[in-house]
Design a protein around this ligand. Structure first.
Ligand code: PLP
Length: 392
């Protein structure tokens, strides 16, 4: 028997990927399954982005680059932060990584020791707690529910803080809940954080561009500019430009922290793929018309999915502010059908022909995450099946 590390045995494999695998297995067995499990846009990467990468190959841009990203891509990222977020950074405060996932991994490795705590609001993106555990630190989960629109309250934050707290994670708009914090909600959290000057804040803005409201995006550095020195702003091209497979994420923050994260990256992956960096630069410099087209489709599909779910008895759904997810509560349905937990609910829905991700994967049992990053036809079919299941 191979003795594995304590570190790795404490970590769960990604539950979202497990659902996809199970749905594929049923499909191979000939079952007709509509998948609402996707965590990525169903659109193709825009043509001008692909062209930039192809040209990069032809001109031989196929060697190592600087570990933390090419100067050209960093310049495009700095311009993006200035343009979209009113944030000024120097190149030494910016790091490009192999997806947003590696940005957060680097952060945990650079910042955390055994006994440290990281405050993570639930429902959360599945990887946060496990990456904290991989760094031998302790996730401290703040539970939220639909009544508080899945957003943490200042008093909850205050109560979760201890001497060991190293940082707080904010993800808005949120995967999986789809909700976004308002400026005043962020200001209220900022007041708590001002009382605890040692605590850093990681703001994961990965879904920044996928917003349905007309107000501009705000993160905590916009709401509380005095906290910028304690913030690490995380973003990437995966969701905004339909580039999940290219694996480019980026972040910006205090130079000492970014330098330490760069060191972690230098001894693990080194630079992200040279060609993908050129593609990401083209994405960030190419304007947002392709993004707007996608958001238009997501907004329309959201209205459809939200409307259908709202009409279902026993289903408790909030409108999403952005992302391509809806996160309805199925507590009453589960009770009526005598289903013990949301894993059993997800399995029953799979039998009914729809793949979804159970809410407990995100730390919020009794819910399911539906992705509307799929065609209108699939959404209609899936919602018909869910309706039949709920009413049947
Ligand atoms: N942050 C959030 C909230 C996400 O949902 C994801 C992807 O699912 C990521 C970060 C990481 O994205 P990637 O590593 O694909 O760039």
């Amino acid at each position: 028997d191979i003795r594995l590390s304590r570190r790795v045995t404490a970590v769960r494999p990604s539950p979202t990927l497990a659902v996809t695998a199970r749905a594929q297995q049923l499909r191979r067995e000939g079952k007709d399954i509509v998948s609402l499990g996707a965590g990525e846009p169903d659109f193709d990467t825009p043509e001008y982005i692909k062209d930039a990468a192809i040209q990069a190959i032809h001109r031989g841009f196929t060697k190592y680059t600087a570990v933390g990203g090419t100067p050209e891509l960093k310049a495009a990222i700095m311009a993006k932060f200035a343009r979209d977020n009113q944030l000024e950074y120097h190149p030494n405060e910016v790091l490009v990584s192999v997806g947003g996932k590696q940005s957060f991994f680097n952060l945990c490795q650079a910042l955390l020791d055994a006994g440290d705590e990281v405050i993570i609001p639930a429902p959360y993106w599945v990887s946060y707690p496990d990456m904290v555990i991989l760094a031998e630190a302790c996730p401290v989960i703040i539970d939220t529910d639909a009544a508080q629109h899945f957003k943490i309250l200042p008093e909850q934050l205050e109560a979760a803080i201890t001497e060991n707290t190293r940082f707080l994670v904010l993800n808005s708009p949120s995967n999986p809940s789809g909700v976004a914090y308002s400026r005043s909600e962020l200001e209220a959290l900022g007041e708590v954080l001002r009382r605890h000057p040692r605590i850093l804040i990681a703001t994961d803005d990965m879904y920044e561009k996928i917003l349905f409201q007309d107000q501009p995006f705000v993160n905590i550095t916009n709401a509380c500019p005095d906290l910028k020195e304690r913030c690490i702003v995380m973003n990437g091209v995966s969701k905004a430009y339909a580039m999940t497979g290219w694996r480019i994420g980026y972040c910006a923050g205090p130079e000492a922290l970014i330098t330490a994260m760069n060191t972690v990256q230098s001894q693990s992956t080194s630079n992200p793929t040279s060609i993908a960096q050129v593609a990401a630069q083209a994405a960030l410099e190419g304007g947002d018309s392709a993004v707007h087209e996608m958001v238009h489709a997501f907004r329309r599909r959201h209205a459809y999915v939200y409307g259908r779910l709202q009409s279902l008895p026993g289903v408790n759904v909030l409108p999403s502010d952005g992302t391509f997810y809806s996160f309805p509560g199925f507590h009453e349905v589960m009770q009526a059908k005598n289903l013990q937990d949301d894993l059993i609910l997800a399995e029953a829905l799979l039998e009914a022909g729809v793949a979804v991700v159970p809410g407990s994967a995100f730390g919020s049992p009794g819910h399911i995450r539906l992705s509307f990053a799929t065609s209108d036809k699939n959404l209609e079919m899936a919602l018909d099946r869910i309706e039949q299941f709920v009413k049947g």
